[in-house]
Design a protein around this ligand. Structure first.
Ligand SMILES: NC(=O)c1ccc[n+]([C@@H]2O[C@H](COP(=O)([O-])OP(=O)(O)OC[C@H]3O[C@@H](n4cnc5c(N)ncnc54)[C@H](O)[C@@H]3O)[C@@H](O)[C@H]2O)c1
Length: 287
């Protein structure tokens, strides 16, 4: 009985939902993107790891390749269009002339209240969360605007901040709201003739470096090489255990694996009639 159950579990896990497909996942060196890369590879996709962190990108790709998957690290800064063009060129080479999936996931937050936010903070968020996804789609257009009968899919990552707004995040909220419009537009432009699907996922609180305690000292490199601190001030385990999830029906944060599973679900053929949608992956918060 146990053996039969294990057989079924193994069978269910290896459906090969993305067999033969080539995926670019941005921000895939760690966090949600790295989990998506791992899950995509498990389902048979060849995965291109795009991230500004070269060391972690390589480690993620190495881990996938060591486990029998196929991954290529193409590190670089998505704030540079030259890098975006190089990313598409290398991905198409890796995919023998094809790219099937783009997950626009890279990002970070650079918070400030409206009366204090600088133009640099504003532009960086808009450039990274809205302009870079647009530039990546434009560069990859020749691989998506093709009618070869194979699936093509875009998953853009937004946030509850983009859907509902969030005090202290005007720059991030505008950029993440912009992604919703970009998704719907590309769904309408590339859907009719080429069957391209495009969807947005707006995450709530997912446990990654972005949402850990700011006091842990994580940072990301800004556009001028400056260090931008990441995390939420005071988000200690004690605080998390107290009341921060009171407005979440599931009363907890999501894991990176749960977040990435939603990306896989949308990119897979199981979602073949879903396009232009914004899926809230929030544990029910704000419904
Ligand atoms: N964690 C959450 O609660 C949460 C909630 C809502 C939305 N999101 C969004 O989910 C996405 C993934 O975030 P995460 O939580 O996994 O964070 P993360 O920090 O673990 O991963 C983000 C990755 O993006 C990369 N990146 C940042 N700037 C880059 C640049 N200029 N060029 C290339 N790569 C760059 C980072 O190096 C990092 O590896 C982001 O778009 C984020 O805004 C996260």
């Amino acid at each position: 009985m146990a053996q039969r159950a294990a057989q079924i579990a193994g069978h269910l896990k290896k459906q090969g939902l993305l067999q033969g497909q080539v995926a670019i996942i941005t921000g895939a060196a760690q966090g949600i993107g790295a989990e998506a890369a791992r899950l995509f590879a498990e389902e048979g996709a060849r995965v291109v790891i795009s991230d500004i962190d070269a060391k972690k990108s390589q480690e993620t790709a190495d881990g996938i390749n060591a486990a029998g998957g196929a991954a290529l690290a193409v590190p670089g800064d998505l704030l540079s269009e030259d890098y975006i063009k190089e990313l598409v060129r290398r991905a198409a080479e890796f995919g023998n002339g094809k790219i099937h999936i783009i997950v626009n996931n890279a990002g970070f937050t650079w918070d400030g209240v409206i009366h204090k936010i600088t133009d640099k903070q504003w532009d960086t968020m808009l450039n990274l969360h809205a302009k870079a996804p647009f530039q990546l789609l434009r560069a990859a257009a020749p691989y998506f605007r093709v009618a070869d009968g194979e699936p093509r899919n875009i998953v853009n990552i937004s946030s509850t901040s983009g859907v509902h707004g969030n005090a202290g995040q005007a720059n991030y909220a505008v950029a993440k709201a912009g992604v919703v419009g970009l998704t719907k537009t590309v769904a309408k432009e590339w859907g009719p003739k080429y069957g391209v699907r495009a969807n947005t996922i707006a995450f709530g609180h997912i446990l990654t470096r972005l949402t850990q305690a700011k006091e842990k000292g994580a940072f990301v490199q800004g556009p001028d090489g400056q260090k931008i601190a990441l995390g939420i001030p005071g988000m200690t385990e004690a605080a998390a255990g107290a009341d921060v999830y009171n407005d979440v029906p599931l009363r907890r944060a999501g894991t990176a694996t749960e977040a990435a599973s939603a990306i896989l679900a949308l990119a897979s053929p199981l979602s073949s009639y879903i396009t232009g949608q914004t899926i809230m992956v929030t544990g029910g918060r704000n419904m």
